[in-house]
Design a protein around this ligand. Structure first.
Ligand code: NAD
Ligand code: MG
Length: 395
């Protein structure tokens, strides 16, 4: 029985993780849950999974939850705040940490899990985007295990040989005959929208992803392809390569979740229905397979698979991500922070869809962050970029 800490349990990945746990009650138990504030959802999760601890970041929500749990005779203990969360992930009872808090807010607890040498199921991209070098170094030094939940990275991982998978952070991918990585992306809801119409697209339209059902922030990132840009950075850190080793390919059906090309011309791919329960189950069971509860994919029903190269005019964020990676983790932190502010401003109707990437570029051109070798310096860069972006959005 493995004991899980599910961070971001009220979110899309968190809820999918609990669904996989529901399919495998003999293999996994929930030791801790954590989220920002959604009391109703997390209350139900506590009643169903009976974790020892639950952490909420918002104090009023934590108070309300504690009262509800007492009334329901549930023994789950409620903790408050992110430093409590960082301590909790490190306790010896936790075997597996599911890092599924959205955005930069997830960084500290994910790093705490790495320092404690845990098995980390990584959904939170920001740990790699903001602090790739620091995070990978901590994972290696503390003999933590890192398994990629993000569907593309999970697909790449699954398409690599087992002897690489079991020690991948310490090995060169090219030693295994790998020629390159093919990172696929759907192109989002605006793949075929005339360019002139993009600036008028609303948050509701941007969040309506053709294949995946996800949180709002990542849905907008899919529409601008910033998500693919962040994933490119993520892939580079995970597999120890540079952006020129990764070919970004648009595949609107989202069935091929990514691929690996080998030097002999072979291509290995991982396919399946677009359902995050599959990569989550893969990581939970690794190296074995477990039931995910996902529907099996029907090739005949699906019909065609299409492919096209990404167009940087339509998706300038993708280019920004490449440029930022070559500049270093400081610039990827700037880009990520600026993008979080701009996506939020777009969702609140303060800026237009096309201004997200325009403003991201402005911030990258404006800031020249100093070299960062620790988390505090990364957070300082993150804060400066956010403040600069926020000042711009208010204008
Ligand atoms: P979501 O918005 O649905 O859920 C976010 C979760 O984080 C919620 O539980 C929320 O309570 C929690 N949270 C927010 N702010 C917090 C804070 N300050 N402290 C603690 N908890 C906080 O997001 P999601 O779609 O589940 O995505 C989670 C992460 O996984 C993101 O980094 C995303 O990029 C990544 N991811 C998601 C998908 C997907 O299909 N949803 C796929 C790949 C990667
Ligand atoms: Mg993804």
């Amino acid at each position: 029985m493995k004991k899980l800490a599910v961070l971001g349990s009220t979110g899309s990945i968190g809820q999918n993780t609990l669904e996989v746990v529901r399919q495998n009650p003999d293999k996994y138990s929930v030791f801790a849950l954590a989220a920002y504030s959604k009391v109703e959802i997390i209350f139900k999760q506590c009643i169903e999974f009976n974790p020892s601890f639950v952490v909420l970041i918002k104090p009023e929500a934590a108070n309300e939850l504690a009262q509800m749990l007492t009334l329901a005779n549930c023994t789950t203990q409620v903790l408050v705040g992110s430093s409590e969360l960082d301590q909790l992930v490190a306790v010896s009872e936790v075997d597996v940490v599911v890092a599924a808090i959205v955005g930069g807010a997830g960084l500290s607890s994910t790093l705490a899990a790495a320092r404690a040498g845990k098995t980390i199921l990584l959904a939170n991209k920001e740990a790699l985007v903001m602090s790739g070098q620091i995070f990978i170094d901590e994972v290696k030094q503390n003999h933590a295990k890192l398994l990629p939940v993000d569907s593309e990275h999970n697909a790449i991982f699954q398409s690599l040989p087992l002897d690489y998978q079991t020690d991948y952070l310490h090995r060169e991918i090219t030693e295994f005959g790998v020629h390159s990585i093919v990172l696929t992306g759907s192109g989002g809801p605006f793949l075929n929208t005339p360019l002139a119409e993009l600036s008028g697209k609303t948050p509701a339209q941007a969040c309506k992803h053709p294949n995946w059902s996800m949180g709002q922030k990542i849905s907008v990132d899919s529409a601008t392809m910033m998500n693919k840009g962040l994933e490119l950075i993520e892939a580079c850190w995970l597999f120890g390569v540079k952006p020129d080793f990764v070919e970004v390919l648009i595949h609107p059906q989202s069935v091929i979740h990514s691929m690996v090309r080998y030097i002999d011309g072979s291509i290995m791919a991982q396919l399946g229905a677009p359902d995050m329960k599959t990569p989550i189950a893969h990581c939970l069971g690794f190296p074995r397979r477990i039931n995910s509860g996902s529907e099996h994919f029907d090739f005949v029903q699906a019909g065609k698979f299409e492919f096209q190269a990404p167009d940087f005019e339509r998706f300038p964020n993708l280019k920004l991500a490449q440029t930022a990676f070559y500049s270093g983790q400081e610039m990827t932190t700037v880009l990520n922070a600026a993008n979080e502010v701009h996506v939020d401003a777009f969702l609140k109707g303060k800026i237009s869809f096309t201004q997200i990437s325009e403003y991201n570029q402005n911030i990258m051109e404006k800031l020249q962050p100093a070299k960062a070798s620790d988390l505090d310096s990364i957070f300082a860069i993150d804060e400066e970029a956010r403040a600069t972006a926020q000042a711009g959005v208010r204008l």
